[in-house]
Design a protein around this ligand. Sequence first.
Ligand code: SF4
Length: 677
Amino acid sequence: MGDREKSICPFCGVGCGVVLDDSGKGRGWKAAVNRRGELCPKGVAAYDVLGHDDRLTEPQVRDGDEFVTVSWETAFSRIEREFDRIVDEHGPDALGFFASSSCTNEENYVFQKLARVLGTNNVDNCARLCHSSTVAAMQSRFGAGAMTNTLNDLVDADCFLVWGSNPAEQHPIIFSSYLAPAVNRGATMVHIDPRKNRTTELAEYHLPVKPGYDIPLLNSICAVIFEEGLADEDFLWKRVSEVAQFRTFVSHVDVDTSAKLAGVAPDDVREVARIYASADRAAAFTGMGMSQHRYGTANVHALINLVLVTGNIGRRGTGVNPLRGKNNVQGASDVGCLPDVLPGYRPVTDTDARRALAELWGVEPPPKPGVTEVEMTHDFGGEIRGAFVFGENIGATEPNVSRISEELDSLDCLVVQDIFPNDTTAQADVILPASSWAEKSGTVTNTDRQVQRMRQSNEPPGNARTDLEIICELGNRLTDESFDYDSPEVVFSELAEATRQYAGMSYAGIGEDSQRWPFSAEAEAGTGVLHRDRFSNGKRRAPLVPVEHVEPVDERGSDGDETPVLTTGRVIEHFNSGVVTRRSGVLTHLRSTDALQIHPDDAAERGITDGDQVVILNDIGRVRAVAAVTPAIRRGVAFITFHFAEQLVNRLTGDELDPESKIPTYKHIEVRVEREK
Ligand code: SF4
C-alpha cells in the first residue's frame, strides 16, 4: 500500500480531498471543497482499483487478432513509424487526438501541445459530450463558459433552480454539504427533471418536463415573469441589451399552451416563475439533462434569458452554474484540449494568440480550427487515419457505438493510453499502460474553477509509466521540439503562462488549498463571482436572445405511438462507462436502480410487469434490461443508467449533433420497449 499523500478524488467535478486510510480505503481530508472531510462512496472506494489484477502493466501491439507484449521501445517505434507515415502521406490533419478529462492539467496541456506542434488542431476532450452546449451558450453571451459563481457563495441563495441535474447522486458532496444545508436553513429548491430522484426529495417543487421540451417551459416561465411584472427592470436597464425585442417575443408565448407542450401543469409553471423571480438571490444549476440534446445550446440560451430577466447574475448566491462531470473536464478545456481554441480559450484563428504560443513553444500552432470529438470519429478511415486516445473509453461513451466500433477498425493506427482493458483498447494497434490517479502528481480544476494538487502515493504497476512521461516521450519522438519537462510543476509553470486565467498560479501558492481562476494574487476568499460589473467579454450588457422551440424528433424518424423516449443518467456508486468503478469494491453488479425505469401505464400497455426482462430497441441497436415499473418516471419517458456493459445504452444513441456545439443527443432517444418473449 502506498504513502499517505493528500490527493484529490479522481471521479467527479466536485474535487474532494482524499487520502489513504489505515483500512486501505479513501478518507476525506479537509480540502478546499469538502471542508469537513466528507466523501461519497466513490471517493471511499477510490484506492480499491490500484493493485487490481486487470491493470494494464505492459505495452502491447496488435499482431493480427492478437496482442503481443512488447518493450516500450518497440511500442514507441511503431507509433513513430505509423504517425510519421500518416503525416507524410496525408498531412497532420489526418491525426486525431482525444484528450482525457480524467487526467491532470499538466498531462492535457502537453497532450494538446503535442497535437499542435505536429501541426493539427484536431484535439478535443469529453467536455464535447457533456457540457459543450452549455459552454457555447455561456461563452457567447457572457464571454466565459464556466460556473458563474462559487460553491461557497451559492449557500447564500434563497432559491435553487436545479434543471436537468441530479446532484444528490451525480455531485453528492455539493448536494449534501452546500445545497442541503441552505435548503434546511430556508432556501427553496425547484427541481426540473422528467424523473423524481434523490434530488427531488429535497425540492419543494418538481416540474417533470418532457425530454426535449425545456425551451417552451423556460419561455413560459419568462412570459409569466413579464406578465406579472416580476422582471428586474433595474437590472434589465443597466446590464441587459435587446430587451424590447425579447419582450415582444415573450408576449407571444401562451403560457398554458407552452406549459402543456412541455408536459407541465400551467399553474405549476406560474408558481415556479413567482418563486424564482421573487427570490432575492436565485441560483440556477444545470446538468446534462439540459445540455445533451439536439438543441442543447438553444436550451442553455433560454435558461440564460431567465437568469438575465430576473437579474440573477453577478452577485453571491445567483448565476448559471453548470455542474461539470469528470474531475478535470474544466481543466482539460482550460488548458486547450479543444479544437477551436488554444490554452485560455483564445481562438486558434487569433494571430496574436498563436504568436504568443510560438514564443513559448518554438512552433506556431496551425490557424485552421480542428474537428470536434464525435465528428473526428465519423472521419475515421477517411480524413483521419490515425488516432491517439488518452484515458477515454470512446468505444463505449460515444453515441452509436456499433458505428464507432467499425470506425475504430478503419483507422491505420489507433494508439490507446489507459489503465484497464476496455472497449477502446480492444481495437487498438498499440496499447500504452499508464498511471492511475494515485500514481502521479499534478493539478486538476474542479467545477467551480478551483485548481487543486493531486499527489502521488503509489508507483505504477509492472512496466506501466506515468501519463506525463509517456506523452513527453512521444513529443520528443514525433516532433523536433523538446518535450523534456523535469516534473509536473515545470509543466504547470508553462501552462500558467499560456493560459491567461491561470496566470500567477503556482504549486506553492496552491499548497494544500486551491487557487481559483480567473486568478488574482490579491483576491480574497469569496471574490470568485464572475460578471459582477462587466461580463467576462468586457461588456457591461449581455443580450437577451429569443429562442424558438424545435420539435425534438429524431432524424431517424419516430414511430409516434411507440414511445417512450429513452433518457439516461448515473447512480451514485458509478462513473461513466464504469470501467473503473465496476472494479471497485462499492458495487460490481447490476441492481434494481440500474433497471429500465418505466411508468406503470406505459408498462401495462406493453404487458410489462416489475422485474420482467425487456428489450429496448430502435433501428440502430438493441439492449436487454430488467424493468422497474415506477411512477417516479413520467409517462412517455423511460430511464436507464449507462454504466454497465451488459446494457450499453450507446448502442441506441444516434448520430444527431447539436448544430452549434456538436454535442450528441444522449437525453432523447427514440426507442421501443418490449417484454422479452
Ligand atoms: Fe469524489 Fe465527487 Fe464523490 Fe467528492 S462527490 S468523493 S469528488 S465522486
